[in-house]
Design a protein around this ligand. Structure first.
Ligand code: MCN
Length: 712
């Protein structure tokens, strides 16, 4: 093995750093018309859009239905209600003003707690605002609380935030009379294609994912505007492009998080948790009932991971996913796991402070022991492997150094531990083929968009085929080049798509040996594969990869392998993170001075890429702790819908982030890896809040910890 485990620089970077990347808005087809969407100004109303030339309403796009463009009922501010087409993007935005809409306002509800009582209906067509109500339970909570020495009750809020990738969503659609080609800034070309096929009832569709300027979960779903654009392209038979403005994006690309937990925890004097009970309320906003994805799927993820890495055998949770007349929430980096980690790690900090126990000691008294692995928690999730005790012991050293530094500068240290689930199924595809010019092409069915997975794939293929990495071209993001695929999310790509890539390469290697052996007039047992050559074990004669490739097809052997890797179970990375913060009590300003991350993600394929993911994820969580919140006013309008108003962090706010990977064993996937793409975002918010709470000695119940909140 030459490449796996090494900090190979990203092979996809040269075009980005030389300005040669192609984002969807860079693609120009002559004669393209621009599309803009008029958006609802009110949170709930019946609408009537006046039919005019060049305007597409729900009746044109989806007759008789309210999705993707409502024909009659709007349920949140920012919902697209009509599309207009013009020759250029400036004209199209001016023309939006010419669309006449009559609103018949309806009662609306914005507070999820209030929405639960169903007095005001979010959708007139639905009797209940409760999308999902679920009881999670293990052990005997009532009995266990009687054994507690202390019971703590409180409520914690994980606020609504916005993913905000630098590149907004956007798409270009062209129907040539036979085939629809659809370029989109998406996290999965295949997933988008499946959705367009089912919406249009037409399957001659090719979806292309050009370069993508970040997504963070917001480009998983097929957005209403994308369905509408595809339909408009089919009607007009001309290329049509849609690129939203930043404010539209912030309003309507889908928000993240927005969950609150009322909890009651029973502990022994020594800090052992004997029982945990809670009510979780997740605000879904108002995704249209026909939409294919929303935050409801992630509410289960928050619920089942609420117990963290701890052995809490008596636990009970009622979770509600409730609709309100707000913009929809959806997957945002971590998709439910950051909220779970936030709640349990805040609870741990509160217990540590109440009982005056060292935070590492408290966690050591509660974590699942290594001999209990694989461990299934009280809500049914299996943690596949790991040594939480050892991780905490390793963390102790870093923690005490950080505490010494804190003392010197008058700062405070916060700590958190997490376990999360990554590498979701159900499967992923890879295609590895040898071309007649000697190039090896590796194609993935997933949809990387900044993580660096293509470099990791090249490393994997190069190692299996024992050839220089430069011989490998990695391709993705086009439904024409590989039969099917799932996508990039849930920190699944290097593990699931990487395992598919590994298996496909192994099969290609097997075929190369088969052909090589035939060329050497030998049986496969008589030859061996070595550094891109097939060598006869006794005569020492060999044939090169290029020679094998040019002979294979004559021998009736295809060197084009597609492999579908089925995922039997996800895998659970874990770690301990800590931060040193300084709080200026006079101005309320909080500075994160240093951040240390210790993570066990199984085998690390490329430490440079993995570390980059930790840096970005940690910064996103710090931003949630300190700066970010989607602020909606009393009529459900997003009031900070610009980058100037929203607390978007920059490099200036980024602390020194130190990453150590603590490899304590491989996962059972062929790559041996566990995902890392979301870990930083999963754990860093509570680490920062815990640090500030330790400084202020006041219980913190909400984020962001803005200067106003601190000074108060
Ligand atoms: N890696 C590794 N060894 C491991 C685990 C990961 O070397 N044991 C490397 C991989 O090679 C890959 C990167 O780390 O380069 C992330 O891999 P993985 O954990 O498989 O996660 P995914 O590639 O599936 O990324 C998804 C994850 C998610 S869910 C969000 S949201 C997110 C994130 O990635 N969005 C991002 N990181 C992002 N980074 C960028 N630049 N842009 C986004 O939109």
């Amino acid at each position: 093995m030459n490449y796996i485990g090494k900090p190979v620089k990203r092979i996809e970077d040269p075009k980005f750093i030389t300005g040669k990347a192609t984002y969807v808005d860079d693609i120009e087809i002559p004669g393209t018309l621009f599309v803009a969407f008029l958006r609802s100004q009110v949170p709930h109303a019946y609408i009537k859009v006046k039919k005019q030339e060049g305007i597409f309403t729900g009746a044109d796009i989806n007759p008789g239905k309210d999705f993707p463009i409502p024909e009659r009922e709007v349920t949140y501010v920012g919902q697209p209600i009509a599309a207009i087409v013009a020759k250029d993007r400036y004209e199209v935005y001016d023309l939006l003003e010419s669309i006449e809409v009559e609103y018949e306002n309806l009662p609306y509800v914005l507070d999820p707690q209030e929405a639960l009582n169903n007095k005001v209906k979010v959708y007139t067509k639905k009797d209940s605002n409760i999308y999902l109500e679920k009881l999670w339970q293990g052990g005997d909570v009532d009995k266990a609380f009687k054994e507690a020495d202390m019971v703590i009750e409180d409520e914690l809020i994980n606020q609504r935030v916005i993913a905000n990738p630098l590149e907004t969503r956007g798409a270009l659609a062209y129907f040539d009379g036979q085939r629809l080609t659809f370029w989109s800034s998406t996290q999965s070309a295949h997933y988008l294609r499946r959705n367009l096929v089912s919406f249009l009832g037409f399957d001659n569709i090719r979806v292309i994912q050009p370069d993508v300027g970040g997504a963070f979960g917001s480009k998983i779903i097929a957005h209403p505007e994308e369905y509408a654009l595809a339909k408009i392209a089919m009607i007009l038979r001309r290329p049509v492009k849609w690129i939203p403005t930043r404010s539209e994006e912030m309003m309507s690309a889908g928000h993240g998080r927005d969950k609150r937990l009322k909890f009651k925890v029973g502990v022994k004097r020594d800090g052992r948790i004997v029982a945990l009970e809670g009510t979780l309320i997740a605000d879904l906003g108002a995704p249209y009932p026909d939409a294919n994805d929303d935050e409801s799927g992630n509410v289960d993820s928050t619920s089942r991971m609420l117990l963290g890495p701890y052995k809490i055998t008596n636990a009970k949770l009622i979770s509600y996913a409730v609709n309100t007349n707000k913009p929809p929430t959806q997957s945002y980096r971590g998709a439910g796991r950051p909220e779970a980690t936030y709640f349990i790690e805040r609870i741990m900090n509160i217990i540590a402070n109440e009982l005056n126990i060292d935070p590492i000691e408290l966690r050591l008294r509660n974590v699942v022991r290594p001999e209990e692995m694989p461990y299934t928690n009280a809500f049914g999730v299996t943690y596949d492997s790991g040594n939480y005790v050892k991780m905490l012991e390793i963390a102790r050293e870093y923690y005490s150094t950080l505490q010494n530094e804190a003392q010197k500068i008058g700062g405070c240290v916060g700590l958190g531990m997490y376990v999360e689930i990554t590498a979701f199924g159900p499967w992923e595809t890879a295609r590895v083929l040898a071309k007649s010019d000697g190039k090896i092409i590796a194609i993935t069915g997933s949809g990387p968009h900044g993580q660096g997975d293509p470099t990791a794939f090249a490393q994997i293929v190069a190692d299996i085929l024992e050839i220089p990495i430069e011989r490998i071209d990695v391709e993705w993001g086009d439904t024409d080049i590989i039969e099917d695929g799932i996508g990039t999310w849930g920190s699944r790509t290097v593990t699931v798509a990487g395992s598919a890539m590994m298996k496909a390469s192994e099969e290609l290697r097997r075929r190369l040996i088969e052909v090589g052996a035939k060329m050497l007039n030998a049986d496969v047992e008589e030859v061996e594969y070595k550094e891109g050559k097939v060598v006869h074990k006794t005569t020492g004669k060999s044939v090169s990869l290029n020679e094998i490739i040019s002979n294979a097809y004559n021998m009736g052997v295809s060197l084009d392998v597609t492999y579908v890797y089925p995922v039997s179970s996800p895998t659970t990375p874990y770690g301990v993170h800590m931060a040193l913060v300084k709080v200026d009590k006079e101005t309320g300003k909080i500075s994160v001075v240093k951040y240390i991350a210790l993570d066990d993600v199984g085998r690390v394929i490329n430490p440079l890429l993995a570390e980059g993911q930790i840096d970005g994820g940690v910064m996103q969580g710090i931003a949630q702790a300190l700066y970010e919140k989607a602020v909606l006013n009393e009529s459900g309008q997003l009031v900070n819908a610009t980058l100037a108003d929203y607390g978007f962090p920059t490099a200036v706010e980024a602390p020194k982030i130190e990453w150590h990977y603590i490899e304590m064993g491989f996962s059972t996937h062929p790559t041996g890896s566990k995902g890392i793409g979301e870990a930083g975002a999963v754990i860093s918010s509570p680490v920062i809040v815990n640090a500030v709470e330790n400084c202020l000695k006041v219980r913190i119940k909400e984020m962001p910890m803005s200067p106003e909140l601190i000074v108060k």
